[in-house]
Write a protein that binds this ligand. Sequence first.
Ligand SMILES: Nc1nc2c(ncn2[C@@H]2O[C@H](COP(=O)(O)OP(=O)(O)OP(=O)(O)O)[C@@H](O)[C@H]2O)c(=O)[nH]1
Ligand SMILES: [Mg+2]
Length: 427
Amino acid sequence: MRVSGPDLAPLIRAVCGALPAPRAVRLSRLRDDAGVFDEGVLTWMPGPRSYTGEDVAEVSCHGNPLLVERLLRAFQAQGARPAQAGEFTRRAFLNGRMDLTRAEAVLQAIAATSPAGLDVARAGLDGRVAARAEALRDALVDLAAELEAALDYPGEDLLVDSDAALAARLATVAESASAAVATFRAGQLAVEGAKVALVGPVNAGKSSVFNALLGRARALVSPHAGTTRDVVESALVLDAARVVLYDTAGEREGEVADPIEAAGLALAAAMVREADLVLLVLPGHAPLDALGAALLARTADRPRIVVVTHGDLPRRLDLPGDAGATAEIAIPTGAGVDALRAALPTALRGEDPGEVAAIVASQRQRDAYARLGAHASAAAAALVDGAGAAVAVERVYEALGALDALTGRDTREAVLDRLFARFCIGK
Ligand SMILES: Nc1nc2c(ncn2[C@@H]2O[C@H](COP(=O)(O)OP(=O)(O)OP(=O)(O)O)[C@@H](O)[C@H]2O)c(=O)[nH]1
Ligand SMILES: [Mg+2]
């Protein structure tokens, strides 16, 4: 249990007894009005060198929820109250212990669903995300200063770049901003993961592909057409992302008489709409029929890989030239399975975005970079088309405003409320 606040020592003494030295631990007997009820390890971190910048104490008691509840009530009896969602990190931000990119990285470190997501969070916590934003800020502040100088002392021989050179520097800032925006899909994928739906005709091998990707026999496989009826889901944690796979009921030619099978098909259709990526599974040992063609058409506007099964048998399936990405698989030998698994991140996010500190995994940061880029481009355009330095400098200030919102130098209360509401209590 973590407690934070100004002047915390009397409260902690009342519940835990004597304080250890700052940033040291002590085995403490925990007490309330009724006497000692447990013992635990007390860590004492007086402000300002603490997570929140206030006095912070942490107590590890025995893990019984009854004891935890009693410890909570003991602190409350001394005047403490339960923390709100994200309140510790919010206080850390308000007390200048961290900027907003680090605060969001705390959230990402808690929420990350893949190793890549943890790397993104680490880059944020290390301050590498903030450092990139600060570098852009320095560039914009320099540009603003030079534009102001040109406005204040027109015609003077100042050491200021020409309008064309200033516009080129602004364009570089705008490019960095769009590069940051472009990494958002990768960042979101790394932290939040994605949904991948397997769909296709009955008996195409959807459940076989599902099991092969997972590496275990999770779904029933059989030569009986219509084996899978409900949606079966299972998570596959890759380095780049946690992917939830959904195996669905197969499609048939003509009317589906069985109401349960029809309900299963409705669920499958919903999964196609919901999924971030569709794996359309078609049997490679049979020519493309009307159903296969219809499924190709129906999923054409979705991010998709056409998975051709039965690669161990003579190929009779001819795909149209515009089928897009394909993968061939032979279930009996396992050929093509690893390649399909490896292709999932690229299909979901495009190419590897590279340098982890450059990856934007927060919608809020993405939007700020988009605004920054638009203002920087407009400032460059103002210089190129002759609207002048006065117009350009206003746009540079708008761009700076977007960056300051990003790091939290200038942030409205509402933004904070929305941000910290997404934390869980106690973080
Ligand atoms: N030879 C061969 N057989 C396969 C391959 N993939 C699947 N099968 C067989 O095809 C049959 C149907 O496979 P399933 O994975 O159950 O097919 P499904 O698409 O899930 O079928 P429904 O759930 O009925 O829609 C099973 O007998 C599988 O063993 C493959 O690559 N090669
Ligand atoms: Mg199946």
